[in-house]
Each structure stands twice: as structure tokens, then as C-alpha cells.
Design a protein. Structure first.
Length: 300
């Protein structure tokens, strides 16, 4: 009986081989992708159908139908069948468990390597992981998280005040001094250099001191080659009326000395700017950006 079993197994199974040869065969059949940071990343390997004579069949998948086992042979790229009585099921299930454990270990190593690469040059102890494996730089500044999960360093732009000459002329011509003076805070150009294709970018601020900055997010008006941040009308009484299109946003404190800003609803395509409020009003240094339509190619 033992002789007959051995004969049947040899018809369906590979010849017995050392474990090192089995591993080499598996790698050869599975192939592999280029390494990532020195870690060999294997394509999905087949499952081992371990036979009672110690050999195995490498199967991409298999199913048991009565007393037969039907499987897709990795080696021959075709469906084959063997009697289920030839399979050592305990050894087969153990091989599957061991493979799952190795795959999980490899995945963990790849993740750790990617995190290390992203955090290169960053003081991780002082920094903040804002997304899995994504660290906010430990520098002082204003940062944006774009649609591709890239952290961008936002640069300040300088706004200038512009006095409405037409309003001053109207005062002179009409002789009515109660007409308010009007000036506007403007940015040159019609487009910010920093562009997004998502209407829901995230922003992070790390100030140089422990203060909590007071920011407003404004939707800018594009006109006559510039972007208007705010219009201010000043009356004879000294009263000032400020006109700006403010966007609702939320402020979070994910860590000490770090502030996160998110919009309450998706931003429409257009030009925007973060402005910092002081006792005197809007600071002339702003952080501007633009939202392009998701179908448009973002500017570089």
C-alpha cells in the first residue's frame, strides 16, 4: 500500500528536494519587483499544497470538490487535479500560516522603511505625524497638505494699500465731505503661485513663539490685474467699514505649538489668502494660494 501511494504521488507531484531548492523555485515562479529602500518586494506567491510524500504543488488557488483537489498550477499555468487523499492538510495549513506571517513581516518592514525615508532630515521627536508615515517639518512656518499628500511650505506675499482716487475726486467735485474715503488692500497679479486641485486642502502653522496666531481665510476678488483682499471705507466720524469675503474654517491644535486649519465646506475655484489679524487690522504679510478646477492641470 505504501508503495502504491508513493507511486501515485510521483505522478502528480514534483520530485523531493531540499528546502533551499523549494524556496528558490518559489521565488523563480513568483518573480519579484525592484527593491524599495533595500527591501526585496515579492509579488504574490502561490500556496503550497503539501503532499504526504513530502513534496508539494505550488498553487495560485485551489478548491476541494469531494475526493479531488482542483488547483491552478503556478509552474505550468493551467488547472490540474489530484486526489485529496494525497494532500497532507495539516502541513498545507501550517505552510499557509507561515506564509501569511512572513508577508505581514515584510509589509511592516516596507512601511518602516517608507516612514524613515519620508522623515529623513526631520527631527521626528519634535515633529508631528499628521498622516500615517507623513511628518510635519519641525521648522517654523506655514505649511499646506495637497491632494497628493505632499507637504508644501507656503511663502509669504506682501500686500499693498491702494487709495481710491475716484472717491477723493468725488468729494472735491461735489463738495460733500461726508463721502467716505475708500482704500483697498491688494496683491499684485491675478494668480497665486501655489495651486491646488482639491477644494479641501489642509493647512498647518508652527509659529516662532508660543502665541496663538489669529488668522482669517479670505476669498479674493480678481480685478484689473490684481487681487483685492479687503476694502476699507473710512467716514468723517472715524468709523471704518471693512468689506472682505471671509471663508468659514476650523482651527485645531493637534500638538503644542502647532495649529491646523480646515475649511468647513469645499472651496470653489478661485484665489484665496490667509491673513493674520493684529490690533491694527490685517497684517500686510499674507499667505496666498489658488484653487483650480479638478479637471484643470495645476500650475507648477
Amino acid at each position: 500500500m505504501a508503495l502504491a501511494l508513493s507511486f501515485r504521488a510521483s505522478v502528480y507531484a514534483k520530485k523531493p528536494r531540499p528546502e533551499t531548492s523549494t524556496s528558490q523555485s518559489s521565488d523563480a515562479n513568483a518573480k519579484s519587483e525592484p527593491s524599495q529602500n533595500g527591501i526585496r518586494v515579492a509579488l504574490p506567491k502561490g500556496k503550497k499544497l503539501v503532499l504526504k510524500d513530502g513534496t508539494f504543488q505550488l498553487a495560485r488557488e485551489y478548491s476541494v470538490d469531494g475526493d479531488r483537489v482542483r488547483y491552478w498550477s503556478v509552474e505550468r499555468s493551467d488547472w490540474e487535479e489530484i486526489p485529496s487523499s494525497l494532500v497532507d492538510w495539516d502541513a498545507t495549513h501550517k505552510a499557509e500560516t507561515d506564509q501569511a506571517s512572513r508577508d505581514a513581516e515584510l509589509k511592516a518592514k516596507i512601511h518602516a522603511s517608507e516612514v524613515a525615508e519620508r522623515a529623513k532630515g526631520i527631527d521626528v521627536d519634535r515633529s508631528l505625524e499628521i498622516k500615517p508615515g507623513l511628518f510635519l517639518p519641525d521648522d517654523v512656518g506655514f505649511f499646506a497638505l495637497d491632494e497628493n499628500k505632499h507637504i508644501l511650505n507656503m511663502k509669504q506675499s506682501t500686500a499693498g494699500a491702494h487709495l481710491s482716487k475716484s472717491r477723493e475726486t468725488e468729494k472735491i467735485l461735489t463738495g460733500i465731505p461726508l463721502i467716505p474715503s475708500k482704500q483697498s488692500l491688494e496683491l499684485p497679479g491675478t494668480r497665486a503661485q501655489m495651486r491646488f486641485t482639491t477644494g479641501e486642502p489642509e493647512f498647518y502653522m508652527r509659529p516662532a513663539d508660543d502665541r496663538e496666531p489669529r488668522f482669517r481665510l479670505l476669498h479674493l476678488q480678481v480685478k484689473s490685474g490684481h487681487r483685492t483682499i479687503e476694502k476699507v471705507s473710512t467716514y468723517m466720524s472715524g468709523e471704518e467699514v471693512h468689506d472682505a469675503n471671509e471663508v468659514a474654517m476650523q482651527t485645531w491644535t493637534p500638538a503644542h505649538g502647532v495649529f491646523r486649519y480646515t475649511v468647513e465646506k469645499s472651496l470653489d475655484p478661485g484665489e484665496y489668502a490667509f491673513v493674520e489679524m493684529t490690533k491694527e487690522g490685517i497684517n500686510g504679510y499674507v499667505w496666498d494660494f489658488g484653487i483650480d478646477s479638478s479637471s484643470a492641470k495645476p500650475s507648477k
